[in-house]
Write a protein that binds this ligand. Structure first.
Ligand SMILES: NC(=O)C1=CN([C@@H]2O[C@H](COP(=O)(O)OP(=O)(O)OC[C@H]3O[C@@H](n4cnc5c(N)ncnc54)[C@H](O)[C@@H]3O)[C@@H](O)[C@H]2O)C=CC1
Ligand SMILES: CC(C)CC(=O)C(=O)O
Ligand SMILES: [Mg+2]
Length: 354
């Protein structure tokens, strides 16, 4: 098992240290090699996805990533920003399928942003397309030009999907739905965006190959509302890169915190990059208080999807459940009657529970 470890920026190194310790505690035959991605890579090499990291990531079976970015790098030219490194590695490894499971652990029912009765038993899988859409579309830019007779700055991006990109992510979503509750909700904005009209048309076509899955469609604004009104109506949701980015952050709060939401980004052969769904949390970086569970649960997803080690994945997930049952909580999920712990202490507890 060759794993490329990219801690990244902000809380990245803190949460990654715990995930790596958990993996080591499992005593797997894993080779882990660290590399630079994001702001730390910009500082060291001038570029957010340096060649050495490209080589490491391409040669590895899987990549485990913390998070990238932070205000320190926000003023850089766009090509040098940490987030371009993240988009770069996703594109380079062809990781078009991003799976973000929003599962409520019963112990966190009171930490959810919604009432316990609305979220009890919540288990949604968000399937987000990850290498297309407006995050990658060309042309894009900011320039000064004449508009209605005056010089103005104009900014623009392009929302674009080719048929094959839509088709392949829908297949992933239908197959995931087949293995779960057999319900798939495709989220788009077809009432105003041609790009997502194509998405909806193709969803209807692909659905013919999956008669056992019930396909529904929802406009993204309604989907955002339904997620906080009655989230348990959803089984699998599939959507484009930008809508999926936003809806998955929203869904994370139904599970108690964005610090609980892991993710897997897969190519066609289950080579994967695994990372928490959150960012580098500059507001709490360096304080030892970040929740490492999303990263630890991402490591479990890595064992499941890339390495077919279901038993080891379940061991990690059960250890996380046990720690929550013991009442240990980082600040983001803390509530009266539970014990507040830091990042390292949470990692220690998961290892003890293993
Ligand atoms: N995959 C990645 O590497 C991502 C990187 N980013 C980057 O991260 C930087 C910060 O972005 P934000 O919009 O602030 O989003 P963020 O997800 O980093 O933080 C949002 C809020 O959630 C909290 N939070 C996030 N992870 C947490 C954890 N594990 N434990 C406890 N609290 C946690 C933060 O403290 C903050 O209050 C930006 O530079 C952004 O571009 C943002 C999202 C994803
Ligand atoms: C650079 C962003 C697209 C990262 C992000 O917010 C995400 O993938 O969730
Ligand atoms: Mg995001």
């Amino acid at each position: 098992m060759k794993i490329c470890v990219l801690p990244g920026d902000g809380i990245g190194p803190e949460i990654m240290a715990e995930a790596v310790r958990v993996l080591r505690a499992l005593d797997l035959k894993a080779e882990m090699e660290e590399g630079l991605l994001g702001g730390c890579a910009v500082d060291a090499t001038g570029t957010p996805y340096p060649e050495a990291t490209q080589k490491l990531a391409r040669e590895a079976d899987a990549v485990l990533l913390g998070a990238v970015g932070g205000p320190k790098w926000d003023g850089l030219p766009r090509e040098q920003r940490p987030e371009r490194g993240l988009l770069g590695i996703r594109k380079d490894l062809n990781l078009f399928a991003n799976l973000r499971p929003a599962i409520l652990y019963p112990e966190l029912a009171n930490a959810s942003s919604l009432k316990p009765e609305v979220v009890a038993g919540l288990d949604i899988l968000i399937v987000r397309e990850l290498t297309g859409d407006i995050y990658f579309g060309q042309p894009r830019g900011i320039e000064t030009r004449e508009v209605d007779g005056t010089q103005q700055r104009v900014g623009w991006n392009t929302m674009i999907y080719a048929e094959y990109e839509i088709r392949r992510i829908l297949k992933v979503a239908f197959e995931a739905a087949q293995k779960r509750g057999k319900k798939l909700c495709s989220v788009d904005k077809m009432n105003v965006l041609e790009c997502t009209q194509l998405w909806r048309d193709i969803a209807e076509e692909v659905a013919k190959d999956y008669p056992d899955v019930e396909l529904s469609h929802m406009l993204v604004d309604n989907a955002a509302m339904q997620l906080v009104r009655a989230p348990k109506q959803f089984d699998v949701m599939v959507t484009g890169n930008m809508f999926g980015d936003i809806l998955s952050d929203e869904a994370s709060m139904l599970t108690g915190s964005i610090g609980m939401l892991p993710s897997a980004s897969l190519d066609a052969n289950n080579k994967g990059l695994y990372e928490p769904s959150h960012g580098s949390a500059p507001d709490i970086a360096g304080k030892g208080v970040a929740n490492p569970l999303a990263t630890i649960l991402s490591a479990a997803m890595m064992l499941r999807y890339t390495f077919n080690q279901e038993e080891a994945a379940l061991r990690i997930e059960n250890a996380v459940k046990k720690v929550l049952a013991q009442g240990l909580r980082t600040g983001d999920i803390h509530e009266p009657g539970t014990k507040k712990v830091g990042t390292r202490e949470m990692g220690d507890a998961v290892i003890a529970a293993l």
